[in-house]
Design a binder for this molecule. Sequence first.
Ligand code: AMP
Length: 394
Amino acid sequence: MKKTIKDYDLKGKKVIIRCDFNVPIEGGVIKDDNRIRQSLKTIRYARKMGAKVILLSHLGRVKTEEDKEKYTLRPVAEALSKLLRKKVIFINKTRGKEVEETIKNMKEKDVILLENTRFEDLEKQKESKNDKRLGKYWASLGDIYINDAFGTIHRSHASNLGIAKHLKSGVGFLVEKEIKELEKLTKNPKKPYTIILGGSKVSDKINLLKNLSKKADYILIGGGMAFTFLNAAGFNIGSSLCEKEEIPFCKQLLEDYPDKIILPIDIITAKEIKQNVKTKNRFVNEIEEDEIGLDIGKKTLEVFKQYIDDSKTIFWNGPMGYFEIKDFSKGTKGLCEVIANSKAYKIIGGGDTARAVTEMGYEKKVNHISTGGGASLTFLEGVKLKALDSINEK
Ligand code: AMP
């Protein structure tokens, strides 16, 4: 078991907490502060225990100097100050004299936030490629390192794995909770155990499918990725999304698990991907050459409902259709409703699915929504989460 923040005496210590403040920001306005709220428990605990709290986070992908304005963490510092009811000192630098001096003058319960760790990527991708000297430098700023950024826990970056190598370390409450929830899917899940996968690509989910096909009772497949499977099963999919190179894999999986992999039986099609175009609800053997499959149909939802109603554990990752356009969001919304009404233990893998469930108003009707899409999928693939691995054991 990994050490947690509770395993350390924090009083008077400089505690570096790696948070996940990777929130959507438009024109300086935070569009969804969920990830900030999710990190409050750990920050509040550290303050209560008398720590000097040093926060680090990434935001977006920083590739050019111009990206710096778009991806500054300043709005996060302001939002966090309001949520904590305590001024969070923001330093618009990731290292240097100002950082070091401010930390030296910190008092117990003070909170400072450094600038986006990925600003370091402008120089040889130091953060994302885990530059050893950068990790060591950040570690030199504190006494204890706490990783509470589940969204990047599967990565080896300087601000997670790099720092943890040099300090006493533990996980925060959010990471602890995420792991506990996801373990419900890997350690004797209550059966029947059903996985629902959607989104655009089969290629992103090959290892996941390989691992879960052994463990799950049913795998329901929707979204763009269903069309590569339908094609592999011999259907004409018209102009729908298809990853030709993955067809052999899909064929094999369908052959190995004919009763486990459940594909759509009907589809909403259109000739263009835009709002207010003419749509058709087609059976999968009726799709025409110039049609694009953009959502699961009503009959498919009924079939999926039967499996879901019969399940005791459910994991869902990936929208059922092109849900950003309202005409193709009904499958995803319908699935939210079906899952919300099921008695199973329900876990939602982050990313687009978390956004869809929240925006469509079903947030409170599921047991857990992960804050990390890639991280939760990596966990379910059965692969080691690199940054978690580097945290001290109890
Ligand atoms: P992913 O990033 O792989 O999780 O995929 C999410 C994206 O898949 C969303 O932006 C959806 O719009 C898209 N998507 C879902 N269904 C389809 C579809 N049938 N055709 C094209 N894109 C789709």
